[in-house]
Design a protein around this ligand. Sequence first.
Ligand SMILES: NC(=O)CC[C@H](N)C(=O)O
Length: 196
Amino acid sequence: MSTPVIGVLALQGDVREHLIALAAADAVARPVRRPEELAEIDGLVIPGGESTTISKLADLFGMAEPLRERIAAGLPVYGTCAGLIMLAEKILDPRSGQETFGGIDMIVRRNAFGRQNESFEAGVTVEGIEDGPVEGVFIRAPWVESVGAEVEILAEHEGHIVAVRQGRVLATSFHPELTGDHRIHALFVDMVRAAR
Ligand SMILES: NC(=O)CC[C@H](N)C(=O)O
């Protein structure tokens, strides 16, 4: 089978780190900014950054609606941090005008672990990831406040949900793309392969 092509939503955030991690996990990775580029990818990563900005730019670039539709139609997606927020059905504390793409039946709380200076790293045991915990880098990280019946909880940190999966959509509160450990990207690449 040919190598899957995975886009990284390149409106704002740590796009480059995801491109590198995906390539290391044996995918063809490319930045995606325009609606027509969605037709050329087998899966999509929504990076970490600032979800209010990503939301605004997605509207401006005409990406919000096409993306919502592709995700609802089964496009495999992985969101980290701000990307996790963009995949929620509901944000507890949205900024005005902040909208999400949906994909996971969950309610998230932005900046739940504290502000920038309260960023931290911690080992996180993730369901389905072998060979020990991953290094969780939490930067103004959200947590998942609650999930619907279809959502699998893959990891918790201090009693808060920090990794989830619903069908072909995966999300983590933390940033594996910043660690050089590509196991979670490899899991996502496997999900994309299985969906083809
Ligand atoms: N590291 C991050 O992606 C931070 C997310 C940011 N706090 C937001 O609400 O979008």
